[in-house]
Design a protein around this ligand. Structure first.
Ligand code: GLY
Ligand code: MN
Ligand code: MN
Length: 456
């Protein structure tokens, strides 16, 4: 099955080049002062038990600026005699550790293969950082990621030694650089879009494999395995976020994660699953009938959500506010629910955020930025005003309707009881039409009914 699925995927893209990593750092240093010290840490590896670690995933800012994904890494950027020097701290070569844990590029490897000017062992971090700190006035550091680094920096701020008294050396302020880096990450380069397109392709085909593997009696985790197994089979590193695989009323729980129920004849399954490839996320939701055919009631709701999604995607255009797709999806959903008799308020009443009935059945936002993080960085309302979309931004469009008959807070319409539908794609804003990166994942009723339950 997986080999047939692989045929549907294009070739893997070239990795991000070192020239591009250098440009990213240059864009950042262009905003800095010569006596700034930028420190980009990553979280320590987390222990599962004894000597077993959780799979390591570094901090996305570090990945963005240098592409280094090993544990114990830290990047600094400091101006020395007019040149911005990038220094990477890495795990040193260590044969015994490498026999157990895997080969390490080490200091030489970092210098030869990555866009850095200097590299040191992570064991030398404190000494090297202290020396850099004494030459800086402002430290750009996101605190709370590595407590040992925070401590070194705070100590250097507090230090009142002779050198500081005589020469005024040492930092006096800390600034969080996250917002500056987020502004860069928000606009994707051509090379980033290629990575995201591949993650999207893998994820689309994984959903198709799960549709084809669906039949009454399947367990939710079996479809989860079909999808996540394909992510790895296709060369992705795994999931970008834990998969949501919910059948029947489980689909009405937005972050359902147990994935341990049986898929019953007559139910619809909602699967929200996306791969991570070279750090870049895809985020796809599809909903399909377990027996391959939507009932009339399911079809009504599915088509309404699809209409809302298509209308919202049309609003992913440069110059429109980031929330235009959300407003559009809400309008289409409210009109549809009024037409179906689910909502008896006027359109304006239904859309009211306090008293409107739409939010009983559609209670989340229509999308978010996506990139190195599935919920990617970037302020939605800088200065309090909705940000306008620009070419190169990528956002998800994911309206849904959820009729949880188990909910005590609403009177669920019997016709749609325990039906949850969401349709989610990842959309690149371009100068022309919106470019749906996940377009190869089928979503019309006809396509879905044709594919579901039919092996490759
Ligand atoms: N998968 C999480 C989300 O759709 O936002
Ligand atoms: Mn999403
Ligand atoms: Mn999702």
């Amino acid at each position: 099955m997986y080999d047939a699925a692989l045929e549907l995927i294009g070739a893997e893209p070239q990795p991000i080049s070192n020239e591009e990593y250098s440009r990213r750092v240059e864009r950042l240093t262009a905003q800095l002062r010569p006596d700034d010290l930028l420190i980009v840490p990553a979280s320590p590896a987390a222990v599962h038990s004894n000597d077993v670690h959780y799979p390591y995933r570094t901090q996305s800012d570090l990945l963005y600026l240098v592409g280094w994904d090993e544990p114990d890494a830290l990047l600094t950027v400091q101006n020395v005699d007019g040149t911005w020097i990038r220094t990477l701290f890495v795990q040193p070569k260590d044969t015994l550790k490498e026999i157990w844990e895997g080969r390490r590029p080490g200091i030489e490897g970092a210098l030869n293969g990555w866009a850095v000017d200097a590299a040191y062992s992570c064991d030398d971090l404190e000494q090297q950082l202290n020396s850099m700190l004494s030459d800086s006035k402002r430290v750009l550091l996101r605190t709370g990621i590595r407590s040992d680094v925070d401590e070194i920096v705070v100590r250097s701020l507090e230090r009142r030694d002779r050198a500081r008294q005589h020469f005024g050396t040492g930092p006096v302020t800390i600034e969080d650089p996250s917002a500056r880096i987020a502004e860069l990450r928000l606009r994707k380069s051509a090379a980033e879009i290629e990575q995201m397109r591949f993650a999207s392709d893998v994820s689309s085909v994984a959903h198709v494999a799960a549709m084809r593997n669906t039949k009454p009696g399947r367990m939710e985790y079996q479809l989860q395995a079909t999808i996540e197994g394909f992510f790895v089979y296709a060369g992705a590193s795994g999931w970008a976020y834990p998969s949501i695989v919910g059948c029947g009323d489980n689909a009405t729980v937005l972050h359902y994660h147990q994935n341990n129920d049986v898929c019953e004849d007559g139910e619809v399954i909602l699967i929200d699953a996306g791969a991570e490839y070279r750090g870049y996320a895809a985020d796809i939701t599809r909903s399909w009938p377990i027996n391959g055919t939507f009932t009339e009631a399911q079809r009504e709701i599915y088509q309404l959500v699809l209409d809302a999604q298509l209308a919202a995607i049309e609003k992913c255009r440069p110059g429109l506010p980031y929330n235009a797709p959300h407003d559009e999806a809400r309008r289409v959903l409210a009109e549809g629910l009024i037409a179906l008799g689910v909502i008896t308020q006027s359109l304006e009443e239904a859309l009211d955020m306090e008293t409107g009935d739409l939010k009983k059945w559609y209670m989340h936002n229509t999308g978010h930025w996506i990139g190195l993080d599935v919920h990617d960085v970037g302020v939605y309302k800088p200065n309090g005003e909705p940000r306008l979309l620009e070419e190169g931004m990528v956002l998800t469009v994911e309206p849904g309707l959820y009729f949880g008959a188990w909910r005590p807070d609403v009177d669920c319409p019997q016709r749609y009881a325990n039906l949850g539908i969401r349709i989610e794609d990842d959309v690149l804003v371009t100068a022309n039409d919106p470019d749906v990166l996940t377009a190869s994942c089928p979503k019309t009723i006809e396509e879905i009914e044709q594919i579901t339950g039919t092996p490759f």
